[in-house]
Design a protein around this ligand. Structure first.
Ligand SMILES: Nc1ncnc2c1ncn2[C@@H]1O[C@H](COP(=O)(O)OP(=O)(O)OP(=O)(O)O)[C@@H](O)[C@H]1O
Ligand SMILES: [Mg+2]
Length: 277
């Protein structure tokens, strides 16, 4: 597999002196072309920071991130981001939200209307892929959370990015809508051949979507363990019940608890009520 993203000895420190926070310590990882890689780990272990550095929104304190053979030195059209909060423009309808960044690019380059035509064709195709054709003229406030997130994904795909960076994109959705989004994003990955880097708190989601799951640990933020997901490429919801799925989920949850340094509820309770464990 050719490497799409190389994370080489990356450190990130926020603040200085006594207030310095080591958000990420010596992270090393290669992510392959068209790979779906998911990140889990306790709050504050540096998942978002790492994703933002791949996106070029933060700079490593030391080390390097290389995308497609070139060191990242800022955001680029080859990488698109989707966040938990849909961040759509409330004054634009669905279609115009999807076309917005493209229209900006066209204006900046002073291109002809042929580019706009081309963009319209892609916007239509993405609307249909996302099952949003009937909602094209609606405004964000008229849509459910799941629909808004589908608009955000369509907008991210508009510039044909090779890499999609997603930070807890389905965190605000209910369980049923999330399942639909999971199968949709797998479909998008196959169709658009994008590499996906996906951060989540939900271990089941991380296994269901990922080729590999990266577990990160806090204080200092670091990569702890890589898990290969032992499931076929094409996933279906029944696989969540497979023994190897359940086993891996337990293993990852246990490791998160160990690395987070959080005692079990029972241990906490015993401590609070002064009973020795
Ligand atoms: N801009 C910033 N300035 C100062 N500290 C920051 C900044 N961004 C992140 N941090 C700190 O870096 C550490 C890692 O933060 P990050 O947001 O990457 O964690 P995370 O794994 O995404 O957590 P969560 O699961 O809660 O989203 C945390 O201690 C956080 O407080
Ligand atoms: Mg985060």
């Amino acid at each position: 597999m050719t490497e799409k993203i190389e994370i080489r000895s990356v450190n990130k420190v926020f603040g200085r002196g006594a207030h310095a926070v080591q958000a990420l310590q010596d992270a090393n990882l290669n992510i392959g072309d068209n790979e779906f890689i998911t990140f889990v780990g306790a709050s504050g272990c540096g998942k978002s920071t790492l994703l933002r550095m791949i996106g070029g929104l933060e700079t490593p304190t030391s080390g390097q991130i290389v995308v497609n053979g070139r060191p990242v030195d800022g955001p680029g059209a080859d990488r698109a981001m989707v966040f938990q909060h849909y961040s759509l423009y409330p004054w634009l309808n669905v279609m115009d939200n999807i076309k917005f960044s493209r229209r900006l690019a066209v204006n900046q380059q002073n291109r002809s209307s042929a580019d706009v035509e081309h963009a319209s064709g892609r916007a239509d195709a993405l609307l249909s892929l996302m099952g949003l054709t009937a909602a094209a003229r609606k405004y964000p406030a008229q849509l459910s959370g799941g629909m808004q997130q589908r608009v955000a994904i369509a907008r991210a795909l508009m510039s044909k990015p090779r890499i999609l960076l997603m930070d807890e994109p389905f965190g605000a959705l209910d369980a049923q809508t999330r399942e639909v989004m999971h199968d949709l994003i797998c479909h998008v990955r196959r169709l658009e051949k994008v590499t996906i880097v996906f951060v989540t708190h939900d271990v089941e989601e991380a296994i269901y979507l990922g080729d590999r799951v990266v577990l990160m640990a806090p204080r200092p933020g670091r990569i702890d363990t890589l898990y290969h997901v032992p499931l076929p490429f094409a996933r279906n919801q029944d696989m969540k019940l497979a023994p190897e799925f359940v086993r891996l989920k337990r293993q990852i949850l246990d490791r998160i608890r160990d690395t987070a340094g959080v005692k079990t509820d029972l241990e906490q309770l015993q401590k609070l009520s002064g009973i020795s464990a």
